[in-house]
Design a protein around this ligand. Structure first.
Ligand code: F0G
Length: 465
C-alpha cells in the first residue's frame, strides 16, 4: 500500500497537511518523509523510522516545566494522562477528540530501601511502569499509536507479542472502537497476559513459533492486509514510551540520575528512553545525560552479543530461552536504535542468569513493590554493574520496572513453592534462594495450628536477627 499523508481510511498515518509538523526520519540513511509505509521501514534503505519535529526545539524549557506541572492539577482527560501531559514533545493528532487514553503514565518513583541496603547504593529508585492501566509500560506507547491508528481510520490493529503488548493493544483498541489481532507464541506466555487480551476482545492467535516468528509473520501481514501494526517498530509507540523519561526527570526535579537501567527484549523501550534523554538535553531541560544501561537474560542476550562480538555493527541473533518470558526474544527489531542510544549516553549492556533474576524479583517483592521477572533483571544487572565498577555506590540509580507482579503469577508461585528450578541445571544452586521463599502453609482449621505456625515463623524471622 503506498504511503500517504492524508487521514483517509486505510492509509498509513502521517501528518495532516495543514497542521502537523512531525516527520519520519530513517535511522539508517537519514532520509526524511511526511509519511510512512505500512511496515514502518524506510522506502530507500529498509531501516527503521523515528519521529522528529522541528517545533519541539522552539520551546522554552522553564515554561515547559511549569506547564507540565500545572497540568497535574487539571481534570481534562488529556491532562490526566501522564503521556499527553507532555504533548508539546509528542506528535500532534489532528484533534484532541481522537485521543485514545486510559489515563496511562503518572507512575510512581519509589525509593528501594531494602535493595539499597543489599546493594550498598543509598540513592536507589524504581520507576514502576507496571502500575499503568494494563499493568505494563506498553500503555504509554499504546495511547499514542492507537490514537494515530484511529485517526487514519483503521478498523484492525495488530501486534506480535510476548504478552504485554497484546494486553495493552487489545485494551486501547477496545477503547478506540477498533478490532485487534494478536499473534503470540503458543506456550511460553503468561496466562495472565493472554487472559487480558481475551477479555478486551482481541482475536488471539497462538502461533506454533516463538516471538520472533510471530513478528516476522506480522511484518508480512501488514503488507498484504489493511491492518495497522502496533509493535514497537511503529515509531508512534516509542514517542509515547518516551514520556517515561520526561516524567522521571520531572519527579527528580530535573536533576538527572547517574544511571537509568532497563530490561532489553525487542529493544523499543531502551530506544525510546534514550531518544527522550537526548531530546531533553537538546531542549535544555536537563544539564547532562544519565547513562542508560540495558540488561538482558543470559538465554536471550542478542544485544549483549551484538556489542561484544561485533561492537554493535551487526545483529547476532539467537534462539532465546528464559523464564522471563516477556524478554524471550532472539532477534530484536530495534537493536540499531538501542546501540545508538547506549553509545550516545555511555551506558552498559549486561546479561544476568535465571538464578540472579529470581533472586532480584524476590527482593523487589519483599519491598512490598513487586514486578514481573523481566523487570527484575534491572536489579540483578545493577549488582553486576556495581561489581564491575561501572556503577559507583555513591551514584544515583533508577531501575525501570516494566511490568506488574500480577503479570506472571505462575512464576511467583513456582518460586515460593520451590519448584522454579526443579529438574534444571540450576537446581542445586537455587538452594541459596530458600531464605527468600514464602510458601503457603496448609493447616487444619484450628486456632492451635495457626498460633503454633505464627510462633514458629516469629522465632525464625530473619528481620529480627
Ligand atoms: N519488560 C516487560 C515486562 C516486557 O513486556 C518487555 C517486552 C520488556 C521488558 C522489553 O522491552 O521489548 O522494549 O525491549 N515485551 C514485548 C511484548 C516484547 O510483546 O509484550 P523491549
Amino acid at each position: 500500500m503506498p504511503p500517504s499523508t492524508t487521514s483517509e481510511k486505510g492509509s498509513a498515518p502521517g501528518p495532516a497537511p495543514s497542521q502537523a509538523t512531525f516527520r519520519f526520519r530513517c535511522i539508517g540513511c537519514g532520509s526524511v518523509s511526511s509519511s510512512a509505509a505500512q511496515d514502518f521501514r524506510c522506502s530507500q534503505c529498509g531501516n527503521l523510522l523515528e519521529i522528529t519535529d522541528s517545533s519541539w526545539n522552539s520551546r522554552n524549557p522553564t515554561a515547559l516545566k511549569t506547564l507540565w506541572r500545572e497540568r497535574r492539577t487539571l481534570n481534562e482527560s488529556i491532562d490526566l494522562s501522564g503521556v499527553w501531559r507532555f504533548r508539546e514533545v509528542l506528535p500532534s493528532p489532528q484533534s484532541e477528540q481522537q485521543i485514545v487514553t486510559l489515563r496511562e503514565g503518572n507512575t510512581p518513583l519509589y525509593e528501594l530501601l531494602q535493595s539499597s541496603r543489599i546493594t550498598g547504593v543509598p540513592r536507589l529508585y524504581a520507576k514502576h511502569q507496571g502500575l499503568n492501566p494494563t499493568g505494563s509500560f506498553k500503555d504509554a506507547g499504546m495511547t499514542v499509536a492507537a490514537t494515530f491508528a484511529r485517526q487514519a481510520g483503521y478498523r484492525w490493529v495488530a501486534c506480535a507479542s510476548t504478552g504485554n503488548t497484546s494486553a495493552s493493544m487489545a485494551a486501547y483498541a477496545a477503547r478506540g472502537g477498533m478490532r485487534s489481532l494478536v499473534l503470540v507464541p503458543d506456550g511460553k506466555i503468561s496466562w495472565s497476559k493472554l487472559s487480558q487480551a481475551l477479555d478486551y476482545g482481541a482475536l488471539t492467535c497462538q502461533l506454533r513459533t516463538d516471538f520472533d516468528g510471530c513478528l516476522r509473520l506480522l511484518q508480512e501481514l501488514v503488507r498484504k492486509a489493511p491492518v495497522y501494526q502496533l509493535n514497537s517498530i511503529n515509531p508512534f509507540r516509542l514517542e509515547g514510551q518516551k514520556t517515561l523519561a520526561y516524567e522521571l526527570l520531572e519527579q527528580l526535579d530535573w536533576e538527572p540520575p547517574d544511571h537509568i537501567i532497563v530490561p532489553g527484549g525487542n529493544l523499543g523501550n531502551s530506544s525510546a528512553i534514550g531518544k527522550a534523554l537526548l531530546e531533553m538535553l537538546g531542549l535544555g531541560l536537563i544539564p547532562r545525560l544519565p547513562k542508560l544501561s540495558v540488561i538482558q537474560a543470559e538465554g536471550a542476550n542478542a544485544l549483549v552479543r551484538t556489542l561484544r562480538e561485533t561492537e554493535g555493527k551487526h545483529l547476532v541473533s539467537m534462539q532465546p530461552e528464559t523464564r522471563a518470558t516477556a524478554i524471550r526474544i532472539g532477534n530484536p527489531a530495534s537493536w540499531e536504535k538501542a546501540v545508538k542510544v547506549l553509545q550516545a549516553t555511555g551506558g552498559a549492556c549486561e546479561e544476568v542468569s535465571e538464578i540472579e533474576i529470581a533472586q532480584a524479583k524476590a527482593e523487589i517483592g519483599a519491598e512490598g513493590i513487586g514486578c514481573e521477572p523481566a523487570s527484575a533483571v534491572t536489579l540483578a544487572g545493577l549488582k553486576k554493574l556495581l561489581k564491575q565498577g561501572f556503577v559507583k555506590p555513591d551514584e544515583t540509580v533508577v531501575l525501570v520496572l516494566t511490568g506488574n507482579l500480577l503479570k506472571d503469577p505462575d512464576y511467583t508461585m513456582e518460586f515460593h513453592r520451590g519448584d522454579l528450578f526443579k529438574g534444571t541445571a540450576q537446581e542445586d544452586q537455587s538452594a541459596k534462594l530458600n531464605p527468600l521463599r514464602h510458601p503457603p502453609v496448609v493447616l487444619d482449621a484450628t486456632l492451635d495450628a495457626v498460633i503454633k505456625t505464627l510462633e514458629q515463623a516469629d522465632k525464625s524471622d530473619p528481620t529480627l536477627e
